[in-house]
Ligand binder design. Structure first.
Ligand code: ZN
Length: 438
């Protein structure tokens, strides 16, 4: 593949979760890909004719993957907190969403992309309504994403009757079949909002296109109880009986799992998006991550929507994930930084159908992030991985590159006008407040 070739150097590079950090490191970039990684001295010697750009005193690491969110819900951040999931959904979120408009989704998604880039996310997994407008925001900003229209039995403000939602999903699958930055998924909301007939239709579409199915599953005890009373089976067995438990299934939450269910998910190659902060905030519980990892389940990390977290900061999500299991097990060796970083990079990328992302190595896509090592909270550098997982927070990110293109340089966005987004969001919020007063 042709493309401009150049060297990027920095004080530290962490190429991947299982590689040692390189002090005074460099990357050879060609077009959208990484051609080589090594010490600056070595790369400059080997490629003495190439231009060299110095990123300065930063840590370069592979872009993080937010493996479950509802990006446009930034517009509902802080709208209603401290409520049980079903009360929160039925009394607050669903009623406001029934008035949802495409423009809200578009500006909400742009705000979400700004927020995610500032926390080092270069790729995210999105399930929401009016998804073509999220796709528009993704295409305009140049970020990477796996997305799908949220599907359920009742009429949607996005597409109307379910059949139209299924048609929309097929249309998106056809239109974005070979897009380098966008993967389309089929997204049934949950087993309590999609009938078995709906889930069968969804399975057939996913099979036809080889698409990933993304669904909320086993999030709360109530969901499991309701599923058992309605269908006589727990959610995992219910999906299995409908033929959906395959290597193309990506489930969010998986808080309520038995040992047998964990074994089955591992055997079938199902991937799990662990969303610890959302599970904590909604009082849903704590997912059995060490057991899932021991059984060989592919675990990834997500923030969930910004109305139930309440941010899209994957750096803080890494720290929460690690601390939570250590506290739960009363064992500081559980879920070490390296493991959490693996979930947030390589595992997330694979689950979302981007196997060439999540590592800074020859042949991988140039999706990278830099962290400001001159900040007091990121000083000194004994161990870059420790800084990244336990000390870094959103705002410490300096530069972001996706597919070889800079989306942020020295803290400034190059593909999105942050001020315009803020103004538009203020307009959207005025409309939401008016609706809430009615
Ligand atoms: Zn969710």
């Amino acid at each position: 593949m042709a493309g401009k070739m150049y060297i990027l150097k920095a004080s530290w590079i962490l190429p991947a979760w299982d590689r040692e950090p390189i002090q005074d490191g460099a990357l050879l970039i060609q077009g959208e890909r990484i051609e080589a990684v090594g010490s600056t001295e070595e790369l400059i010697q080997r490629y003495s004719n190439l231009p060299v750009e110095d990123l300065g005193e930063v840590l370069v690491f592979p872009g993080l993957v937010n493996a479950h969110t509802h990006a446009p819900m930034t517009i509902f951040r802080g709208l209603a907190d401290d409520l049980p999931l079903m009360v929160w959904l039925h009394n607050y979120i669903f009623p406001v969403e029934s008035h949802l408009r495409a423009e809200w989704v578009y500006w909400g998604a742009k705000l979400a992309v700004c927020e995610m880039l500032r926390s080092g996310v270069t790729c995210f997994c999105d399930m929401y309504l009016f998804e073509p407008w999220v796709i528009r925001a993704v295409e305009e900003t140049g970020v990477r994403a796996a997305l799908g229209e949220g599907l359920f039995d009742f009429p949607s403000p996005g597409y109307g009757a379910l059949e139209k939602g299924l048609n929309l999903t097929e249309e998106l699958l056809k239109n974005f079949e070979r897009h380098p930055l966008i993967n389309i998924m089929v997204c049934p909301h949950a087993v309590y909002t999609c009938s078995p007939e709906t889930l069968k239709k969804i399975r057939r579409i996913a099979e036809r296109y080889g698409a990933t199915v993304h669904i909320h599953l086993s999030e709360t005890e109530d969901e499991v109880k309701e599923c058992v009373s309605r269908y006589g089976r727990r959610p995992v067995a219910h999906l299995d009986s409908l033929g959906l438990l395959t290597g193309n299934l990506h489930i969010a939450h998986a808080v309520e799992l038995t040992d047998g269910e964990i074994e089955l998910l591992a055997r079938r190659g199902v991937s799990v998006a662990h969303c610890p902060e959302s599970n904590l905030k909604l009082g849903s519980g704590i997912a059995r991550i060490p057991e899932m990892l021991a059984a060989g389940v592919r675990v990834t990390l997500g923030t969930d929507g910004p109305a139930s977290n309440n941010d899209l900061d994957l750096l803080s999500e890494m720290r929460t994930a690690a601390l939570l299991q250590k506290g739960l097990y009363r064992d500081p060796t559980v879920l070490p930084a390296r493991e959490v970083f693996r979930l947030a990079t390589e595992e997330g990328a694979r689950a979302l159908g981007f196997p060439e992302c999540g590592r800074l190595e020859r042949g991988f896509r140039a999706d990278l992030v830099t962290l400001d090592l001159t900040r007091p909270d990121l000083t000194p550098v004994h161990d870059p991985l420790s800084l990244l997982v336990y000390s870094a927070r959103a705002g410490a990110v300096v530069d972001v590159m996706v597919e070889g293109h800079w989306l942020m340089r020295r803290g400034k966005f190059l593909t999105v006008n942050e001020e315009e987004v803020r103004i538009r969001i203020a307009e959207v919020v005025r409309e939401i407040r008016t609706l809430l007063r009615k």
